[in-house]
Write a protein of this length. Sequence first.
Lengths: 168, 163
Amino acid sequence: MNDFSEIENKLRKLRPVQPSADLVARVERALAQERSTSTAGVLPRERRFHFNWLSLGLGLAAAAALVLFTRVQLERPAKKTPTLASITPPPQFSSPNSTAQLVPAGLTQVVYHSRDEGVHFPNNSEQPMRRVRSHTRETLRWRNPTTGASLRISYPSEEVSLVPVTGQ
Amino acid sequence: MENVATDENWKTCFSQLAPGLLLFARQWAKSTADAEDIVQEAFVRFWRKQHDIANRGLLYATVRSIALDFLRRDSRRARRESTAVSEMDQTVQPLFEIEDESQRALVASLDLLPNEQREVLVMKIWNELTFAEIASVLEISQNTAASRYRYALAALKKHLPSV
């Protein structure tokens, strides 16, 4: 605005106070300190790399923790069984090949559902029997003692048991 | 934005911009020492983040942000220490190198401007920012920035009838 040109000129003639020598020295020192931790002559681009490495490290740590956690959970399925569970000692069945590296390491049987189907008289028996149907999941495990590798097979199964009724 | 400016570029840049930056920071800081702290922190932060050395709008926005943070902290501190403030601490330190009475009157009139007008004036006159840059610093439209500038000049003209 030309109307204000005169006052603009007056304002421009006002000179702001100069920064102290101390401020200039402090800024130069700060820049030099930052530069000493990075490449010489240019801005510290490595800082981005530091950040990326940190992120990568944190990501790897989180992934390792997740793997460990998952492994622990898999190693202890019996703790999560809702009803009945049994862990047998390693089965003694012989390996078809004695030189095989995987050896049986255990059998886990988890009963996750059981249903009482009432009283029956099986095979025209006079003795009443209570029929209980159980759904289970069995897991067989093999382990290579030298390498630590493991193999597990898990499958569902159904079992019907007859329990004699007494005291009725 | 990648920056390939050398340290000498940055030092030169700072020596050129420091007086205007200091004046800009003084709008929120009571003392020159506080303003210098603000400017130092802002400039080093701006440099550290590898911003384009030519992006003055961002530099002033950084100064403004740090100054406002400082003002909030300072207000809390002032409330806590209000009883300990001496008369000497409240002495107004000059913003300009005043040469005569007319300039003194002009500076006194500047103090009467609303903050929002004065900060636009400071950026425009003594830091030579464009209205686009001022608008980006203040996060307002260019028209608003230009209006505030005109209002400031009009107010000064009114306060100084001889102009």
